[in-house]
Design a protein around this ligand. Structure first.
Ligand SMILES: Cc1cc2nc3c(=O)[nH]c(=O)nc-3n(C[C@H](O)[C@H](O)[C@H](O)COP(=O)(O)OP(=O)(O)OC[C@H]3O[C@@H](n4cnc5c(N)ncnc54)[C@H](O)[C@@H]3O)c2cc1C
Length: 346
């Protein structure tokens, strides 16, 4: 029987490790647990938030609603042949554990996405990406429950409308559909993706090594450990902002003042500018206000150096965003999901 806890501390449940209490909190282990939670008074009468590993979530305040945390952790082979394997992976498994299991069993494709914190459900909702790869390239189908009808449904990859750190689960279906598992199609044939220049450079450092997926996996883990703060020492939620996509006019305006601005063409005459570069140029790299600051090696990462309330992190992030807007005329969008207790927007 599933337990719905009251006044539950979320401090250990998000990587920002701020003090915040949920009025109700429920861990969900299977489909029948899920139905009892959805049927409960606590769920029917409260605001809702679906929490995975909490590595992309910031609670600004206490949350006067119910937090649902899927913790189902099974993996099942659905289909297997000489070319590929189709695995159904439950939402509560840690993403990196799944990547490790895949690589150990010689199921290839996910190597570039190694060591990203969080759970499989969160990874799908976010369409995680790193080192030239994105999760959407490997998703076949997503299963979950429609909270209004309490029916379990399978959505095809196309129906998930995956985009840059985005999906239907963060838009039309936000807090309306709870992912319980996803099917991933992985490959038997080793094939390495070295499209990301930094990864390619690191892999090619040792020309006598013929890179295989396991080697790429190890290299990605090494690169990430050298660049990103350890969440146990420096609580954070990865990139706080998304890389802005701008028109040619805006890019030219920035270029006229900063000819060294890095940019990458995306579709339809639009260009992506690294948010970290804008933040650094605006003077925020390694800057701290009280116990919140940007990470010294990576200005896109905001670190909690000891604040208790998520509010202080929200205020710090707003200062960065306003300053970048003043200096470049570019409005940064948050990648981290900020949960307010009211209609407040970031
Ligand atoms: C050090 C560090 C490095 C990072 N590096 C990267 C990176 O390289 N690339 C990258 O893309 N991200 C990165 N991230 C961000 C984060 O790890 C990912 O976004 C991750 O996938 C979030 O998963 P989670 O389970 O922790 O999600 P949560 O924070 O719990 O939730 C994130 C979103 O998903 C929704 N959600 C979660 N579970 C479900 C579910 N079962 N059903 C429906 N919706 C759900 C939530 O409601 C919320 O909208 C990094 C974070 C940290 C701390």
């Amino acid at each position: 029987m599933v337990k719905i806890l009251e006044n539950f501390s979320l401090k250990e449940k998000t990587t920002f490790a701020v003090e915040s209490k949920a009025r109700f909190f429920a861990e969900v282990r299977n489909e029948s647990d899920m139905l009892s939670v959805l049927d409960s008074q606590a769920f029917q009468q409260s605001a809702r938030y679906i929490l995975g590993g909490g590595s992309n979530t910031l609670f600004a305040d206490d949350f006067d609603g119910i937090v649902i945390n899927p913790v189902n952790r099974g993996i099942k082979i659905i289909e297997s042949n000489k070319k590929f394997i189709l695995l159904e992976v439950e939402a509560g498994i840690s993403w990196h554990n799944f990547v490790e299991i895949a690589i150990k069993n010689k199921f290839y494709g996910l190597e570039n996405l190694a060591l990203i914190p969080g759970n499989v459900g969160g990874a799908v909702a976010q369409n995680i990406g790193a080192y030239g790869s994105e999760l959407k390239n490997f998703v076949f189908e997503v299963r979950g429950v429609d909270v209004a009808s309490m029916e379990f449904k399978n959505l095809s990859a196309e129906e998930c409308s995956f985009g840059y750190r985005n999906s239907i689960f963060k838009n039309e279906l936000k807090n309306k559909f709870i992912i319980t598992s996803a099917k991933f199609k992985l490959y038997r044939k080793p094939n390495v993706n070295l499209s990301y220049p930094e990864l390619k450079k690191e892999v090619k450092k040792f020309p006598f090594i013929q890179p295989d997926p396991k080697y790429v996996f190890e290299t990605v883990c090494r690169l990430r450990k050298s660049k990103l703060p350890d969440i146990t020492q420096f609580p954070n939620a990865g990139s706080f902002f998304k890389n802005p996509v701008v028109t040619n006019d805006i890019l030219e305006r920035v270029k006229s003042k900063y000819p060294d601005v890095p940019f990458f063409p995306v579709e339809n005459d639009l260009f992506k500018i690294p948010a970290g570069w804008l933040i650094e140029k605006a003077g925020w790299k390694g800057k701290r206000i009280g116990n919140v600051g940007t990470y010294e090696k990576h200005s896109l990462v905001i670190v909690n150096f000891g604040v208790k309330s998520g509010r202080e992190i929200v205020d710090f992030a707003r200062s960065i965003r306003n300053d970048v807007f003043e200096k470049f005329g570019i409005w940064l969008e948050n990648e981290v999901e900020i949960v307010f207790n009211s209609d407040e927007k970031f």
